[in-house]
Structure formats: C-alpha cells, structure tokens
Design a protein around this ligand. Structure first.
Ligand code: FMN
Length: 197
C-alpha cells in the first residue's frame, strides 16, 4: 500500500481562537479522514523573524521549511488585511525562499488549497486572489476550489461545529480536491529545475 500523502496547513493569525486557524483545522480533519497525514503550522509558530535574504533562517523557520519539504499538499491560509494577506503570513512565505534550490523548488509538484477569511467578502476575495498569485509564483498547483470565507457572522456553534452547511460542504470538497490532487501529483513531483528568482 502506498504511504499516505502528507498535508501541511500553513497560516492563521497570532490571535487565540482565530477563525482562519480553525478553518484550516477543519480542512486538515477532513484530509485526515481521507487518509492523509496532517500537520498544522499556525499561531505563534508563524511568528518568524523578519525574512532577510542570506540570513540563517532560525529554528522556527527551519521547522516550517522541513514540514513543507515533506508535504505533498498544502493548505495556505490568511486573513484579509487591508486588501491583501497579512504581513505575518507573507513573512512566513518569504522564508520559503530557502527552498529555491531544492530538487522540487518552493511548492513545485504540490497541490495548494488557498483559504482566505475576511470581515467581508471584499477582503476575503482579495486575499484569496493574492494567495493564488503567490502559489503560482512558488510553482504550486492551486486546487480548483479556493475558499473565501466571510467571518462577519458566527462560523462555529458552541460545540465547535460549523454553523453553515454550505461552508461545511465547501470544506469537504476542498479537502477532497487537495488530497486527490496531492495523490496524483506526488508521482510527478519535482521537475528537477532550479531558478534564481
Ligand atoms: C489589521 C486588520 C485589517 C483588516 N482588513 C480587512 C480588510 O481590508 N477587508 C476585510 O474584509 N476584512 C479585514 N479585516 C478583517 C479580517 O480579515 C477578519 O476579521 C478575518 O476573518 C480575521 O481572521 P481571524 O478570525 O483568523 O483573526 C481586517 C482585520 C484586521 C485585524
């Protein structure tokens, strides 16, 4: 039997109980139910030093990079801040430059589910577009379904279940696309190219 695909959830905020972080956890739970190995990098784990080209990455960034190197698929998540993604998530992504000369550079060969939240649909959609653009820049394969979630209303009930069945169905489909695509692309991962940008 083939080894399970590995899915890393990257993103969230430093705020305890962050909706973005909880939505990533929802996707990872679904991915695990589909047989994937999952790992979440969120909250304080994202508080990396400001990226400086050429500086040693430090322990926390190394941990994130090693998790991404092992990943077959990635959930990339950010809140919409001021019309884009948050600086916290962007800084973490800048550290992915450490993977530029890997046999599978950056997110090469990896399925990437982009998940954005916002206090309104404008912010969430702007952040989703940015996450997809970054995924392309990093040579990842965005899944067909991306998620732009408006967090203006309550997302979860007191038991921690999603309030909106339509959103739950979107997360089901997104997780299925991510795991399915990760299984397909694993076989062809790594085009053995490097680049200088
Ligand atoms: C600094 C800051 C800037 C924000 N900018 C926007 C924005 O431009 N558009 C928008 O729709 N929501 C904006 N929001 C709302 C967040 O995107 C929204 O609350 C998000 O779901 C927060 O996710 P969290 O629950 O993970 O903290 C902003 C929130 C903060 C704290």
């Amino acid at each position: 039997m083939a080894a399970p695909v590995r899915i890393v959830g990257l993103g969230g905020t430093l705020r305890a109980g962050s909706g973005t972080e909880r939505l990533v956890a929802q996707v990872l739970d679904r991915a695990a139910a589909l047989g994937a190995q999952v790992e979440q990098i969120t909250g304080p784990m994202l508080a990396l030093p400001l990226y400086a080209y050429g500086d040693p990455p430090g322990e926390a960034a190394e941990h994130m990079i090693e998790a991404l190197r092992r990943a077959d698929g990635i959930v990339l998540a950010s809140p919409g801040y001021h019309g884009s993604i948050s600086g916290l998530v962007k800084n973490a992504l800048d550290h992915v430059e450490a993977m530029s000369r890997d046999p599978a550079p950056y997110f090469d060969g990896r399925a990437v589910l982009c998940l954005a939240t916002g206090g309104g649909s404008q912010g969430a959609n702007a952040a989703l577009t940015t996450l997809r653009s970054i995924t392309h820049a990093l040579r990842g394969w965005p899944t067909p379904l991306g998620l732009a979630v408006n967090t203006a209303g309550p997302l979860f009930d007191e038991a921690g279940a999603l309030v909106d069945p339509a959103l739950a169905a979107q997360l089901d489909l997104a997780a299925a696309q991510l795991v399915g695509f990760a299984r397909q692309t694993r076989a062809s991962a790594g085009d053995a190219m490097t680049c200088d940008f």
